[in-house]
Design a protein around this ligand. Structure first.
Ligand SMILES: [Fe+2]
Length: 439
């Protein structure tokens, strides 16, 4: 074979590699606070501007979203490009198709002001030992929920092996995340030693005035959702204490605005990675059955609970502990029980749901849990230790979301908020139902 043909083959191989490397991947969606818009984010390993063509006819995608940004970033030896674009002028309750460099995806918009929808909320899901991964994908693609909130600890870890673990995780979920929004917040496993860069670059959460993914909010129908960073507290020595104040000041401004419009958006639901309260045994975060620093602050730094109480936050979701625990309404350790306590709940209700599946066994609950611990699932995901390695023994899903399998249900009604002191009047009533997803 002559030099010419050798060169052609080498060139062909090079082009193949280049083309493969430039294919958009890890495509996923996110809400940005307006149901007529949808943010789309994707990754390449090769520079290049892409457009997103979209429309209601797969054969005629006649709308175009120009990339708002391309960000080159590195994790170890690997260079990636994060791409962001926003599809706008979307009609409600409509199926849309979108195309990025020849790859076609689809999603369905919610109604213009949806008063009913379903969300799947979980924390602590790994690429390996991701015991609920298949169920989440299957139920999501079957239309069992409308979007996802992942309350931190993603892929275990996004940055492992120079980010290849994060790539694998996002590729695995691309069929689902490209079809429904995937909302995230950082957990301790998102700390990559580079100020959470893998978390910051891979996702694009709603704009909050600070242009990052650590804390944000968005309205969706009757709920004001607020995602917060507990990791500002977990890594204050590493990254400084200023972020705690920045988030705290932003949160109070955000909640004040949310309270002022409570007639039209009655629910306030917050989420962060680490729990405010928990009953896990032998764990620093629950060693005093609460995370004191995160809950009430310390050394002159503010905690989160006073803001939650003052603004009458209805629900809070968290992960971090690999178990499921639901509390009675509680404010500053004062709790409320009794029949229908979740009806017109007088204080925030906390739900720990950190058992989606990862590399460590389920958490062990204390034999003397908090008095306001209403329900605990001990063997959420159980492991058997054999020769220093953990093997999956049994799996019971513990992912609150609305499906047909109602293992455990409680309801809250905002109509009860009417009777709350200092609470604005709310016309009508609303109900949030939390069930578990079918494995
Ligand atoms: Fe964690």
């Amino acid at each position: 074979m002559g030099l010419f043909w050798h060169s052609c083959i080498l060139l062909a191989i090079f082009l193949q590699v280049a083309i493969a490397a430039s294919v958009p991947e890890q495509v996923h969606l996110a809400f940005h606070g307006d149901t007529s818009e949808m943010a789309v984010i994707w990754t390449t390993f090769y520079d290049g501007l892409h457009h997103v063509y979209y429309g209601t006819d797969v054969k005629n995608m006649n709308q175009v979203a120009i990339e708002t940004s391309i960000k080159k970033w590195t994790s170890g030896s690997v260079t990636r490009y994060s791409h962001r674009a926003k599809m706008s002028n979307l009609k409600p309750s409509t199926t849309y198709y979108y195309k990025i460099e020849g790859r076609v995806f689809e999603f369905k918009t919610l109604s213009a002001n949806p008063q009913s929808y379903r969300v799947c909320i979980f924390g602590d899901l790994g690429y390996e030992h991701g015991n609920s991964t298949d169920a989440i994908i299957r139920n999501g693609l079957n239309g069992q929920f409308d979007f996802i909130i992942h309350v931190g600890d993603i892929a275990y870890d996004l940055h492992t092996d120079d980010g290849r673990r994060g790539d694998a995780y996002m590729r695995r979920f691309e069929p689902l995340f490209s079809a429904i929004p995937y909302m995230v917040i950082a957990g301790n496993h998102e700390n990559d030693g580079k100020n959470f860069s893998n978390f910051q670059e891979r996702f694009w959460m709603p704009h909050n005035g600070f242009n990052d993914n650590h804390f944000y909010s968005f309205d969706l129908g009757p709920v004001h959702w607020v995602g917060l960073s507990s990791e500002f507290y977990g890594y204050d020595r590493e990254y400084g204490k200023e972020s705690i104040w920045t988030q705290y000041n932003w949160l109070n401004t955000d909640l004040k605005a949310a309270v002022s419009k409570r007639k039209s958006v009655p629910w306030i639901i917050t989420y962060q990675h680490r729990p405010i309260y928990c009953s896990i045994d032998y764990n620093h975060d629950c060693s005093e059955f609460e995370n004191t620093f995160l809950r009430s602050g310390a050394l002159g730094l503010p905690g989160l609970e006073p803001s939650y109480i003052q603004s009458h936050v209805d629900l809070n979701f968290c992960g971090h502990q690999h178990a499921y625990e639901r509390f009675y309404p509680v404010a500053d350790r004062k709790y409320y029980t009794g029949k229908d306590v979740y009806h017109n709940a007088p204080a925030p209700t906390y739900i720990l749901t950190g058992s989606a599946g990862c590399h460590t066994p389920a958490a062990k609950f204390s034999s003397e849990p908090l008095d306001w611990s209403a329900f605990r699932l001990v063997r959420v995901i159980s492991f058997r230790k054999v020769n220093s390695s953990y093997y999956l023994e049994a799996t019971i899903m513990a992912i609150p979301c609305c499906t047909s399998l109602m293992l455990h249900i409680f309801t809250c009604s905002s109509s009860l908020l009417i009777s709350m002191k200092n609470r604005p009047m709310i016309s009508g009533s609303a109900k949030i139902q939390i069930t578990w997803m079918q494995p």
